[in-house]
Design a protein around this ligand. Structure first.
Ligand code: C2E
Ligand code: CA
Ligand code: CA
Ligand code: CA
Length: 281
């Protein structure tokens, strides 16, 4: 049994170093990918709950890795976060999303008030030059703060309370809208919500998924919508996949919806086709 135990430890160590190697590989590949411009953004419509008009889009990053296909963000964001690459990657995402928005505006493809929503990593929130970098990028593209929403998770909001609150306040002062992503799943503190200049709560997809079959999920969704409104915020339901969910969300007074039912994340050219067809009808 002892021998077996040692073998297992050895296997475990081997497993760990293999993992460490993969991590290093991935980190190096990511650094190169940034230089080689291998990232792309897909855009998913966020629509008003009744009208079906896109009020904005969420930008979601993918890695177009040669020989591997399109890699989803869950497979590389955490490596980028723990290797210092999230700052340049985040800056690229922001610049690209704002460049795309100004291009859409030039071709009159988007309605007034249309915004692009960009995900911020907790690591980025600790970056003291974040606010000046963002405001400069907005100005560079001839846009104003109100055309940008930044999505952050509750986990993103706890690291260092003071820096985080100062950053978030400065962003809000620049007219940028803040959205709390995946609301209800992080280390939530309802008390903190009072201090945050957030304009929007996003109901996590897991609650939406269960809301038409599980009364507890339905109660949670109703509570988040109510809370958002009590605080003068709007509410976005994410992961809306069925008409039944959309009906129920409408009944509950949710403001916006996002999900496969309304549109998958698409590359800009595909989204433009959808919009151009809608106009032609
Ligand atoms: P998220 O911010 O919660 O984004 C929503 C995710 O749900 C996206 O996955 C989207 O494709 C997916 N989704 C949308 N509608 C539906 C639906 O109806 N059903 C289902 N099952 N899924 C739906 P994606 O694009 O793979 O992104 C995963 C996560 O990666 C995002 O979760 C976000 O946390 C992170 N992420 C994406 N882009 C960025 C980025 O530019 N920067 C940072 N820091 N994180 C990003
Ligand atoms: Ca998000
Ligand atoms: Ca989310
Ligand atoms: Ca998420």
């Amino acid at each position: 049994a002892k021998v077996k135990g040692r073998n297992r430890t050895a296997q475990f160590e081997e497993g760990r170093s293999a993992q460490a190697l993969r991590w290093l590989d991935l980190q190096q590949a990511l650094a190169l990918a940034l230089q080689r411009d291998e990232f792309v953004l897909h855009y998913q419509p966020i629509t008003t709950i009744t009208g079906g008009i896109a009020a904005g889009v969420e930008a979601l990053v993918r890695w177009n890795r040669p020989g591997h296909g399109l890699i989803p963000p869950d497979e590389f964001i955490s490596v980028a976060e723990s290797s210092g690459l999230i700052e340049p990657l985040g800056a690229w995402v922001l610049g690209e999303a704002l460049r795309q928005l100004s291009a859409w505006k030039l071709t009159d493809r988007v309605p007034p008030g249309f915004y692009v929503s960009v995900n911020l990593s907790p690591v980025q929130l600790m970056d003291r030059s974040l606010v000046s970098n963002i405001t400069r990028t907005i100005a560079d593209h001839g846009l104003v703060g109100a055309e940008l929403t930044l999505e952050m998770t509750e986990t993103a909001l706890i690291d260092d309370e003071e820096i985080m609150l100062a950053t978030v306040d400065a962003l809000a002062s620049a007219g940028i809208s803040l959205s709390i992503d995946d609301f209800g799943t992080g280390y939530s503190s309802l008390a903190r919500l009072r201090h945050l200049p957030a304009k929007q709560l996003k109901v996590d997809r897991s609650f939406v998924a269960g809301m038409t079959t599980d009364s507890r999920d339905a109660a949670l969704v109703a509570a988040v919508i109510g809370l958002a409104h009590e605080f003068g915020m709007t509410c976005v339901a994410e992961g809306v996949e069925t008409a039944e969910q959309l009906d129920e969300l409408t009944r509950l007074g949710c403001d916006y919806a996002q999900g496969y039912l309304l549109g998958r994340p698409m590359k800009s050219a595909d989204l433009e086709k959808v919009w151009d067809q809608a106009v032609a009808v």
